[in-house]
Design a protein around this ligand. Structure first.
Ligand code: GLU
Ligand code: MG
Length: 438
């Protein structure tokens, strides 16, 4: 019998948030690391349902390289008797090695570099919820130990696998929704944090599959169920790594820089939501009173604020400055984590450059406020459908300017094709369709 050859896959996670790639034999890795593998521009116009948007900006022409980042390798052995899961997060380049305009990972790197030019870095962590589909478990209460134990050994194996994958997992928890869990991982630099978000999804899906289940990160798997969110935690440091987000004397305890960064995000929140919650099913989740996000607000310790200032430990003698962070709650797993984070950073940069002051910290439920009060605080509803999200993005020429015209054209074309494919599905069928992919 021929022994299986270990494969190493060079992957890119695209604007449909699907991790795609090509594999080489592990024995050829040293050579392949410097050469990369071929890639096709039009792949970026693939919808989540495989039908490609047509026409698209690329057609059948052009060639690219998928170049592995040698620092971003993941190798996990022993998942349910499978061969090692071995891949490298990769950048897409033109044939001359320059970044391709459609590479979301390179877009994130460019945003990081522009923030560094202002003397700042982002530290980020993606907190991700998912549901296990297809397990024949008895019902268990929300957050219950019994909900975790009935899945055993899934939790411990997942934590070990994510540790081996360099994701620095911090917490595994049974969540509120039916068969819902959450993984929290440690903070990292922006590119590493977005890579980790992808790795966590892929490892979770693979481990669940070895147990005969499906792990779904779909924003909603059932219109009446609980949403699966992706919460992007952000804080700022200087170039030496010293935290600069915290200032106990200022509104929300946000430093002037963090307040300006937050103001940029709030100013562009509708368009950012389009990019961070980019699917038809995303808007089943972004509804008031679902602990997700539905208004363009900054809030403190409020799980309905789209940008939430997170609490810190108030133990005597504890320095809150390093852990202090804010959380963007509108994102979901149908969005590229690299693109979503790149655009949040670009919005932050805009706020910093304009020297914006900290936006009003909204207390109370915007649903309950009068229209006048909302207007006074600048509160507006976020898009309520992908159609509205597309219009919000189109209307925000500043946000559109952060992407190349070709990229934007591709992104919009892909989303319009996606809308055409799911047109006419009722809410339940829509959730099912997306849960089959994510
Ligand atoms: N499941 C909620 C969401 O869709 C989040 C709940 C929580 O605060 O953890 O984002
Ligand atoms: Mg949660």
């Amino acid at each position: 019998m021929i022994k299986a050859e270990e494969l190493v896959t060079f992957v890119t996670t695209d604007i449909a948030a699907i991790t795609r790639g090509r594999s080489v034999a592990a024995a050829n890795l040293p050579d392949a690391l410097s050469k990369g593998v071929g890639w096709v521009p039009a792949n970026l116009s693939l919808t989540p349902f495989d039908e490609i948007a047509s026409p698209n900006p690329f057609g059948s022409s052009g060639d690219l390289r998928l170049m592995p980042d040698p620092e971003a390798g993941v190798r996990i052995e022993g998942l349910g008797g499978r061969t090692p899961l071995h891949f490298y997060h990769s950048n897409i380049t033109n044939l001359d090695g320059t970044p391709w305009e459609g590479c979301v990972r390179s877009m994130l790197k460019a945003a990081v570099a522009d923030l560094e030019a202002l003397g700042l870095r982002v530290v980020a962590a993606f907190e991700q919820e998912f549901q296990i589909l297809g397990a024949s478990w008895p019902l268990a209460p929300s957050f219950a130990l019994s909900a975790q134990r009935r899945a055993d050994p899934f939790g411990p194996m997942l934590m070990a696998a994510l540790g081996a994958a360099g994701c620095a997992p911090e917490c595994f928890l049974p969540e509120y929704g039916r068969d819902q869990f959450e993984i929290v991982c440690g903070p990292a630099g922006a590119v590493q944090a977005a890579d980790r978000a992808v790795t966590i999804r892929e490892v979770t899906r693979e481990l669940a599959a070895t147990m005969g289940w499906r792990a779904s990160f779909c924003p909603k798997t059932d219109p009446n169920g609980v949403g699966n969110g992706v919460h992007i935690h952000l804080s700022l440091t200087d170039l030496q790594g010293n935290p600069v987000t915290f200032d106990a004397a200022r509104p929300g305890r946000l430093s002037a820089q963090a307040g300006a960064f937050a103001a940029g995000i709030v100013r562009h929140m509708a368009a950012l939501t389009a990019l961070a919650a980019p699917s038809a099913v995303s808007y089943q989740r972004l509804k008031p009173h679902h602990w997700s996000a539905s208004w363009n607000t900054l809030g403190e310790k409020d799980r309905e604020a789209t940008l939430r200032i997170c609490p810190t430990s108030e133990r005597p003698g504890h320095d809150p400055s390093r852990a202090f962070n804010m959380e963007f709650r509108a994102a979901d797993a149908t969005a590229s984590p690299h693109l979503a984070l790149a655009m949040l950073i670009r919005a932050g940069i805009e706020g910093l450059k304009a020297g914006l002051s900290t936006p009003p910290i909204v207390k109370g439920d915007p649903e309950e406020m009068s229209a006048d009060e909302r207007a006074r605080l600048g509160i507006r509803r976020l898009p309520t459908s992908l159609h509205e999200a597309l219009a919000a993005l189109e209307a925000d020429t500043v946000v559109c300017g952060w992407m190349s015209p070709t990229f934007l054209d591709c992104w919009k074309g892909m989303r319009l094709k996606e809308l055409e494919i799911v047109d006419g599905l009722d809410d339940a069928a829509l959730c099912r369709r997306y849960a089959g992919v994510y």
